[in-house]
Write a protein that binds this ligand. Structure first.
Ligand code: NAD
Ligand code: LMR
Length: 323
C-alpha cells in the first residue's frame, strides 16, 4: 500500500483528550481504523488548563507512534482553537460524577460545559461538522450543545448508545453460543442510563434466549464497581463503531442505534429530546427505521425512558442562561 495520501486531511477534535477513553480512542482514529487507510487526519486535542501537562504527554506518544496517516496533532485548552474548521467533534470531556454527587448536580456542571462548547463550535467549526457526544449525561449534553449551536443542523448531532448496543449484542451471542458478529439489529431505545430499553425482538437471530435487559442496563455500573473507573476500551471501541457508520453508512438490511433528535412523529417519542432510535445511515445522514412493531411491554419501557429524558431536559434548561 502506498504511503502517499492525497486526500485532504480530516480535522477531528476529541475533547477530554487527556482522559482514559481518549487514551484508547486517539490511537484508533490516527491509525486508520475509522476513516480508512487512505484518509489522513489532523487530531485536535482539547482538555482543561490543569490537564495541559498530561495532554502534552499524550501528544508526544501519538507522535512517537510514527503513523503514516496522522498529519498533525494540536493540543489546546481553548475551545475556539480546538473547533476551528473541524469536520468532526467527539465530545468525551465532561465532569465526572464524584461520590455523594446527585444526578442533578452532575447535570448542572455538565450542561454548562456543553452550552459553552455549543456556542464555540457554532462560531468556528465547518457548518457541516458532525458532533458525537459521549460525556455523561450524554443525551442531554448533546441536546444542550445542539441548542446553542444555532447555525448547525440538529441532525448533525448524535450521542453514543453504541456501547449499550455492543453490550447487548455480546450478551445475546454468548447465550446463543455464536460469534458476536452473527447477532444483528439489536435496538437500544432512549437514554444512555438505566432506563434505556435494550430490545432484541427485531434482532436477526431470534431462535434462542434473549438477553435480560438488566444485564445491559446495569453494565456501566458493574464495570465501575469492578474497575473503579468507568468503561474506557469498550467505550472507545463503540465510539469508533459509531463514527465509522456515520462516515461510511450502515450495511444493507442493517441498522444501528444512536441518540438523535426526536421529531415528535416517531414511536410516540416527544419532540426535541435526544433519544436513541434505530437508524439507517447513508452519505453521513441518518434516517429513522420506521414501522417496526412495538409490543405493549416495549411501549411502556420506551415511554419510561422518554419521560426521564424530558425531565432531564427540563432540569437542564433551568440551569442554562436565557437565550
Ligand atoms: P476521564 O475523567 O478519564 O476523562 C475526562 C476528561 O475530560 C478529563 O481529562 C477532564 O479534564 C476532561 N474535561 C473535563 N471538563 C472538560 C471541558 N470543559 N473541556 C474539555 N475537557 C474537559 O473520563 P473518561 O473515563 O474518559 O469518560 C469521559 C466521559 O464519558 C464521562 O462523562 C463518562 O461518564 C462518559 N462515558 C460515556 C459512555 C457512553 O456510552 N455514552 C461510556 C463510558 C463513559
Ligand atoms: C458506561 O455505560 O460504561 C458509562 O456511561 C458509565 C458511566 O457512568 O460513566
Amino acid at each position: 500500500k502506498s504511503d502517499v495520501h492525497t486526500a485532504e486531511p480530516l480535522r477531528v477534535c476529541v475533547t477530554g483528550a487527556a482522559g482514559q477513553i481518549a487514551y484508547s480512542l486517539l490511537y484508533q482514529l490516527a491509525k486508520g481504523d475509522v476513516f480508512g487507510q487512505d484518509q489522513p487526519v489532523i487530531l485536535i486535542l482539547l482538555d482543561i488548563p490543569v490537564m495541559m501537562g498530561a495532554l502534552g504527554g499524550v501528544a508526544m506518544e501519538l507522535q512517537d507512534c510514527a503513523l503514516p496517516l496522522l498529519k498533525e496533532t494540536i493540543a489546546t485548552d481553548d475551545p475556539k482553537v480546538a473547533f476551528k474548521d473541524i469536520d468532526l467533534a467527539i465530545m468525551v470531556g465532561a465532569m465526572p460524577r464524584r461520590e455523594g454527587m446527585l444526578r442533578k448536580d452532575l447535570l448542572k456542571a455538565n450542561v454548562k460545559i456543553f452550552e459553552v462548547q455549543g456556542k464555540a463550535i457554532d462560531e468556528v467549526a465547518k457548518k457541516d461538522v458532525r458532533v458525537v457526544v459521549v460525556g455523561n449525561p450524554a443525551n442531554t449534553n448533546c441536546l444542550v450543545m445542539s441548542q446553542y449551536a444555532k447555525t448547525i443542523p440538529k441532525e448533525n448531532f448524535s450521542c453514543l448508545t453504541r456501547l449499550d448496543q455492543n453490550r447487548a449484542q455480546a450478551q445475546i451471542a454468548a447465550r446463543l453460543n455464536v460469534k458476536n458478529t452473527e447477532v444483528r439489529n439489536v435496538i437500544i431505545w432512549g437514554n444512555h442510563s438505566s432506563t434505556q430499553f435494550p430490545d432484541a425482538s427485531h434482532a436477526k437471530m431470534t431462535n434462542g434466549d434473549s438477553v435480560t435487559e438488566r444485564t445491559v442496563q446495569k453494565r456501566g455500573a458493574a464495570v465501575i464497581a469492578a474497575r473503579k473507573f468507568s468503561s474506557a476500551v469498550s467505550a472507545a471501541k463503540a465510539i469508533c463503531d459509531h463514527v465509522r457508520d456515520l462516515w461510511n453508512g450502515t450495511k444493507e438490511g442493517e441498522w444501528t442505534s444512536m441518540g438523535v433528535i426526536s421529531d415528535g412523529n416517531s414511536y410516540g417519542v416527544p419532540d426535541n429530546v435526544m433519544y436513541s432510535f434505530p437508524v439507517r445511515i447513508k452519505n453521513r445522514k441518518w434516517e429513522f427505521v420506521n414501522g417496526l412493531s412495538v409490543s405493549d411491554f416495549a411501549r411502556s419501557k420506551m415511554e419510561a425512558t422518554a419521560n426521564e429524558l424530558v425531565e432531564e431536559r427540563d432540569t437542564a434548561f433551568q440551569f442554562l442562561s436565557t437565550e
